[in-house]
Design a protein around this ligand. Structure first.
Ligand SMILES: Nc1ncnc2c1ncn2[C@@H]1O[C@H](COP(=O)(O)OP(=O)(O)OP(=O)(O)O)[C@@H](O)[C@H]1O
Length: 276
């Protein structure tokens, strides 16, 4: 299925692209089609949010675009390189060089300092960081005076900022963030979203973020809405209210799902007339 994002993005401005991307888990009668012939372009230098009900295929889409999972059919490109069909070793190198990851659970090494955690992927790869870039990332994220601290000595928001710096350190073409604010209180969550926004606006990075939270999605430039393994809509310049309204409409006006209740509660607008 084509999306507005797929139709209007010129070639050179695409950080990742999928055509006919299909992912099935299992086979025969028990097969689950997690993604069903998805076409999508992730625009370079923009902040894209991916939303949709639980099980709609968000994580699968992110993993296939990032080369973390194989596809059942279709093609995926990272920048100009088609990754479907690459051998494991080539794919690992490409991922290491071009992609940064942020997860809900931070994934920091407890025995290493913030500074060591930030450069760990580059140290493993035997690459020297670009010191000017690293300094810019650390200052942008406000981590200068936290570099010698270990994760346990940092707040949740600071830990996620370290994870953000780690994702940015090698200046990847693309950062994938899977619910990066899921384990944070709302203030720390807003702070991390502000830094991701800054990574796009001030550092020219490309960010793809999976989220259930309309308030988080409102920090993005475009929201892709998944449903049953399809991209069923895209929204440019989203606001939390417009995203929530879209979620309301996509549940057919019967927002009885735990997913909807949870996000509505987080927006704090239980008094609105959503259930009319
Ligand atoms: N390893 C797996 N084996 C079998 N089925 C899977 C596997 N991973 C995902 N699925 C199925 O694929 C579909 C899409 O899953 P996915 O995790 O991508 O959804 P999601 O939108 O990210 O969900 P959530 O918001 O709950 O994280 C679901 O039906 C899920 O049960």
């Amino acid at each position: 299925m084509s999306t507005p994002a797929a139709q209007h993005t010129p070639d050179g401005a695409v950080a990742a692209r999928a055509r006919g991307l299909t992912k099935a888990y299992g086979s025969g009668e028990t097969a689950v089609i997690a993604l069903d012939s998805v076409d999508v372009d992730i625009a370079r230098g923009r902040f894209t949010a991916v939303m949709g009900p639980s099980g709609s295929g968000k994580s699968t889409l992110m993993h296939c675009l990032a080369g973390l999972d194989t596809v059942s059919a279709g093609q995926v490109w990272l920048g100009g390189t088609e990754i479907t069909g690459l051998r494991d070793r080539e794919l690992t190198r490409l991922r290491r060089d071009r992609v940064g990851f942020m997860f809900q659970s931070f994934n920091l090494i407890p025995t290493l300092t913030a500074a060591e955690n930030i450069t760990l992927p580059m140290d493993i790869a035997g690459r020297r960081p670009d010191e000017r870039w690293l300094k810019q990332v650390i200052d942008t994220l406000g981590l200068r005076d936290r570099l010698r601290h270990r994760p346990a000595q940092l707040s949740g928001g600071q830990q996620q900022r370290v994870a953000c710096a780690r994702a940015l350190a090698s200046r990847p073409e693309l950062i994938f963030a899977d619910e990066p604010t899921g384990n944070l209180d709302s203030r720390a969550g807003r702070e991390v979203l502000g830094f991701l926004r800054g990574a796009v606006d001030d550092l020219g990075q490309t960010v793809v973020m999976v989220t259930h939270d309309p308030g988080a999605a409102a920090h993005s430039d475009v929201v892709l809405f998944l449903a049953d393994g399809h991209i069923e809509d895209a929204m440019e310049r989203p606001t939390a209210e417009a995203v929530l309204e879209h979620m309301h409409l996509s549940t057919g006006g019967h927002p009885q799902t735990p997913w909807f209740d949870a996000v509505r509660g987080r927006l704090g607008d239980d008094d609105t007339d959503l259930e009319e």
